[in-house]
Design a protein around this ligand. Structure first.
Ligand code: PLP
Length: 366
């Protein structure tokens, strides 16, 4: 009998999601668990949005609007662009996969950073693409020339997470503009701005302001992070009508549910709440960074809602020990084996993390 699973799928390293709180509760019988592992907004959407959602008379017996008309119109107004420059995804994750499927064929080539969001690699492998994983300088920082050097005549896609997960580093506006203008025309550049709302560096620029620099440009955004709706799976891509039309040809019908479409529209309309929770995160990002540095730990500069922290020895050992303390962070793979990534949580969650970390490091002699 032939193989059940295609060899390139068998060979890929699957995405390792942050451990769910309930799973840890079940496994270790811990009641009070703090999850700082998936860069969610710990405050969620505003009570106003939740109340409007619960009171909305949604036709849940019907399929959702396949085109996501109302949400796309709201996004179009928000970005001051036509609605045919946008399509929705079941999280931006689905759109990464869709871009690989729509814009590249087997044996084409993709470029992305390393370390960066693993789904660029997974999406490329699933499509049997070759790829160049471009090492970040010092394992942390983007370098535009390194990305440009990795592009080949077969490159169809170049993914940049800006700010980058898991390092929190970013490409400054002028460099991003240079990248967009310099990548050969045949490449679709994908700027994944999942953490854009948390970028406060004076020289950070959203790719939406740089669309004139390049025709083949896709910008990914999500409602999973700052908008606090990770559980509903809503993301979107901004691109030329030609790209959006092509993505819609292959996009699964009804890929974003009715509740997700409605909630995202409500959350988009509540920019005051977004600003309040982002401000809280930025304040607590600084506090947490300082607290970690006071403990003698190296913390990578972050433009996102998480911090990458270097442990004295194995990051995975600290991750495992923290699980037993009821604190879920994220262990990293090489070249970041001694680092852990921690999401900035509510103040009390950050305190709980710091106290647990102190115990863990003391016990390990670190
Ligand atoms: C850089 C980046 N892009 C995309 C995603 C996917 O987000 P979602 O599918 O929830 O929109 C994540 C999630 O962690 C991410 O870190």
């Amino acid at each position: 009998m032939s193989n059940l699973v295609a060899p390139h799928i068998l060979a890929l390293t699957a995405y390792e999601p942050g451990k769910p709180e309930d799973e840890l509760k079940r496994e270790l019988g811990i009641e009070e668990v703090v999850k700082l592992a998936s860069n969610e907004n710990p405050y969620g959407p505003s009570p106003k949005v939740l109340a409007a959602l619960f009171n909305a008379n949604l036709s849940l017996n019907r399929y959702p609007d396949p085109s996501g008309h109302d949400l796309r119109e709201a996004l179009a107004a928000h970005h001051s662009i036509p609605a045919d420059h946008i399509t929705l995804g079941n999280g931006s994750n689905e759109l990464i996969d869709l871009l690989c499927r729509v814009c590249a064929s087997r044996d084409d080539h993709a470029v992305f950073g390393h370390p960066s969001f693993p789904c660029y690699r997974i999406g490329s492998i699933a499509q049997e693409l070759r790829y160049g994983a471009v090492s970040l300088r010092d394992d942390l920082h983007w370098n535009v020339d390194d990305l440009l050097d990795a592009v080949t005549p077969k490159t169809k896609l170049l993914f940049v997470s800006n700010p980058n997960n898991p390092t929190g580093s970013y490409i400054a506006g002028a460099e991003l503009e240079r990248l967009l203008a310099s990548v050969p025309d045949h490449v679709l550049v994908v700027i994944d701005e999942a953490y854009l709302e948390y970028a406060d560096a004076a020289d950070f620029r959203p790719a939406t302001q740089l669309r004139d620099a390049r025709e083949r440009l896709a910008i990914l955004r999500t409602f999973s992070k700052a908008y606090g709706l990770a559980g509903l799976r809503v993301g979107y891509v901004i691109g030329t009508p030609e790209l959006i039309f092509a993505l819609n040809r292959l996009r699964a019908p009804f890929n974003v549910g009715t509740i997700g479409q409605h909630a995202a529209r409500l959350a988009l309309g509540d920019q005051a709440h977004l600003a309040t929770t982002v401000d809280a995160c930025l304040r607590d990002r600084t506090k947490l960074r300082n607290a970690l540095r006071e403990r003698g730990l190296e913390v990578a500069p972050s433009q996102a809602n998480f911090l990458l922290v270097k442990m004295p020895n194995s990051g995975r050992a600290v991750y495992e020990a923290l699980l037993h303390e009821g604190v879920i962070v994220r262990a990293m793979h090489a070249p970041l084996g001694s680092w852990v990534r921690v999401t900035v949580g509510r103040p009390e969650e950050n305190t709980r993390f710091l106290e647990a970390l102190d115990r863990v490091l003391r016990e390990s002699g670190g």
